[in-house]
Design a protein around this ligand. Structure first.
Ligand SMILES: [Zn+2]
Length: 278
């Protein structure tokens, strides 16, 4: 027994040293998480999927609780002259619920702030930040996924992306200090919450964290296809489904355009911690 115990002890020692030598990020890969709470903020009902859908599918599969907050109802983006905003909002809601359902996120976990598409910048700023901070204090997430506040749309015209990004960052900061929106605590008993980790999607140029989504890339492509009204031909003249001959080509196109790294499908994020103490 003694002869056996020495190599085993050495092996354990080596294993322990190896683990402690790894950087924090390597020890706590988000795609390995189980039983955690994940909060996702998205300007439109599809950016969450395009930016982080594969990662969310992995997190859902691992039994994490995922809640999605959607700023706008996406009720403007159609070229169909017979489409109305009210109808488009209903269509986009159903498409988002269908897509997220495919990833394992039930519609009960999707919350709609209901702002009009393209008009988030006109929302009353203090109320907008307070609403987002309230979700953070209510769900106390281990991670917040959000559109990155520093990417190309910041210099372009994508108002909802710009505003959702800045507002979520502001809400994360507000949520940790009880004197911001004190009524959350005083009236509703929602305590302050410091978000320990942020994962910013659409962070192409500053991405520092890549999740291998190869296992779920087909699922993600299928989920994207549920947003029928966002793509031709439905965006031009609405139809609720795909031509069976077009769909396989569309799915292949989604995979072909997906980000790849070292031969694997990945989603790239700017991972940030300690955001608020700066
Ligand atoms: Zn968008």
């Amino acid at each position: 027994m003694k002869r056996l115990s020495l190599p085993i002890s050495l092996a354990l020692l080596v294993a322990c040293l190896t683990i402690t030598a790894l950087p924090v990020a390597a020890q706590d890969r988000i795609e390995e998480w189980r039983g955690r709470t994940v909060l996702v903020f998205t300007p439109h009902p599809d950016d969450d999927l395009f930016g982080a859908g594969g990662t969310l599918a992995l997190l859902a599969r691992n039994g994490n609780k995922i809640y999605i907050i959607i700023y706008t109802n996406d009720n403007k983006g159609s070229f169909d002259l017979e489409m109305t905003s009210e109808r488009l909002a209903r269509i986009r809601k159903a498409e988002e619920e269908s897509a997220m359902g495919l990833l394992g996120i039930p519609k009960e976990n999707i919350f709609w702030m209901g702002y009009d598409d393209g008009e988030l910048e006109y929302a009353e700023p203090k109320a907008l930040c307070g609403r987002a901070a309230r979700y953070i204090r209510q769900y106390r997430p281990d991670v917040v996924f959000s559109i990155d506040p520093g990417e190309w749309y910041d210099r372009w015209h994508k108002t909802d992306h710009r505003m959702a990004a800045f507002n979520t960052a502001d809400a994360i900061r507000a949520a940790e200090f009880h004197l911001y929106y004190p009524e959350h605590l005083l009236v509703d008993g929602l305590k302050p919450w410091k978000v320990p980790l942020m994962m910013f999607y659409y962070a192409e140029s500053e991405a520092n964290y890549h999740v291998d989504i190869s296992e779920v890339i087909d699922l993600k492509a299928q989920a994207v296809s549920r947003h029928v009204s966002q793509f031709e031909p439905s965006i031009n003249k609405y139809r609720p489904d795909w031509d069976p001959q077009t769909l396989p080509k569309f799915l292949e196109g989604i995979k072909a355009r997906a980000t790849k790294k070292d031969g694997r499908y990945v989603e790239s994020f700017r991972r940030a911690t300690g955001f608020n103490s700066r």
